[in-house]
Design a protein. Structure first.
Lengths: 305, 104
């Protein structure tokens, strides 16, 4: 059976997994989740997103856990039709856990490609007007176990959260709503990820409710042509993870609810976008001895191909 | 002899330039839903993929897109609508502008 320490860390992996899988690929759009704005038919959009997450606020001083996950998430979007787009999400991760064990400070780590997620998004409703648009787009996705899930070090098999992949086929779905004007944009997303069992562990399902406001800071007055925009971004992510099951039994030290607030900046041109934001947990209601999150940094680039 | 050649070349260049100016035809499209720079790229790309389209100028504030096509190009409202729709937006207006380079 996984130790309470190991099990509680699974919640972190679930949250990051949902955020990565739901990360959107395009447009002046949310930094931490998707958008309903279109990918042109037969067009490609590439997003490279750097993510750094740190969890060092350990309620168990004896273990004094310190978990850090960083990586680059590559997201490629393709417009199959004007309404249907496919996205592939592939992270390259470096995971590291420092923990006190048997009187020693030990480090468990692995790096490499994680699990591949494929998402199909269909724009079910569009209402366009001069200088504004409103769209609703449901999406479905599947996460394939492409990442290594049986890595070992001198201490034995790495705990599940340090593994690059979960070993399971998981499914996600949801819907995103976007209202964009020339001055501002609002997005909201409801997402759910159903996790399945692998290696005797079934991570708790994860539900997320996200909201994003992007406000054009510059230029204050629009000129002619297609000027670049600087957006100020404020996002909120409410994430709830269910308890994990270890060999069929619920783990009381896993799962919980976290609310992130995420300020950021986005510079949008016709061909590319650069952006950065930081997710700060303002409410963390975690079960048992769950390891709390300190912050998640997102920075990246999106390119119209 | 050199002067004759120069004159001939100059005349040819002027004639070609003049022909090009006379041939260009512009259309004004009103596109709804355009509200950010990144989206404008899709509209430009889809319209530029239409055979004979030489230039696409997007004005994001007004939603107007000026499309300049070569002489003899079959550019009509249906063609424009398909390109704008494929980009993910809505064509609300289509207007043929007066011919450019009309000798003034």
């Amino acid at each position: 059976m996984t130790t309470p320490h190991g099990a509680t860390r699974i919640k972190l992996a679930s949250i990051i997994g949902l955020l990565l899988a739901a990360a959107g690929p395009a447009w002046g759009a949310p930094i931490t989740f998707n958008t309903a704005l279109p990918v042109q038919e037969d067009g490609w959009v590439l997003r490279e997103q750097f993510v750094l997450s740190r969890n060092a606020d350990d309620p168990d001083p004896a273990a004094n856990r310190n978990m850090r996950a960083s990586g680059v998430v590559s997201i490629l979007g393709y417009g199959v039709t004007r309404d249907f787009a496919l996205f592939g999400v592939l992270p390259y991760l470096d995971k590291r856990l420092d923990v006190n064990a048997a009187g020693q400070r030990v480090t468990r780590r692995d790096d490499g490609f994680g699990d591949l997620t494929l998402i199909g998004r269909y724009t079910a409703y569009t209402r366009d007007a001069p200088g504004r648009t409103f769209r609703i787009a449901p999406f479905l996705g599947v996460k394939a176990p492409t990442g290594r899930d049986d890595a070992r070090d001198g201490l034995g098999r790495l705990p599940p959260t340090v593994q690059l992949g979960t070993g399971s086929w998981d499914f996600l779905g949801g819907a995103v709503v976007t209202h964009q004007t020339l001055d501002w944009q609002v997005d909201a997303q409801l997402a759910y990820r159903a996790n399945r069992e692998a290696n005797g562990v079934r991570f708790g399902d994860v539900g997320g409710l996200d909201a994003s406001l992007q406000y054009r800071l510059w230029p204050q007055e629009l000129g002619s042509g297609v000027p670049a925009f600087l957006y100020g971004v404020l996002e909120a992510n409410l994430v709830h993870a269910g308890k994990n099951r270890i060999s069929g039994a619920r783990d009381p030290n896993s799962g919980g609810t976290t609310l992130f607030l995420s300020p950021g900046l986005q510079y949008v041109t016709k061909k590319w976008i650069v952006e950065a934001g930081v997710q700060v947990p303002v409410v963390q209601d975690l079960n048992g001895t769950a390891l709390k999150n300190d912050y998640i940094v997102n920075a990246g680039l999106r390119i119209n191909i | 002899m050199t002067a004759i050649w120069r004159s001939t070349v100059l005349a040819l260049v002027l004639a070609l330039g003049s022909a090009s100016a006379f041939a260009a035809q512009a259309y004004k499209l009103r596109v709804d839903g355009l509200a950010c720079p990144f989206c404008a790229y899709g509209v430009e790309k889809q319209l530029k993929a239409v055979k004979g389209v030489e230039k696409v100028d997007v004005d994001i504030k007004t939603g107007n897109v000026i499309v300049t096509v070569a002489e003899g190009t079959a550019f009509d409202e249906a063609t424009a609508k398909k390109a704008v729709t494929d980009a993910g937006f809505t064509l609300r207006g289509f207007e043929k502008l007066p011919a450019q380079g009309s000798g003034k």
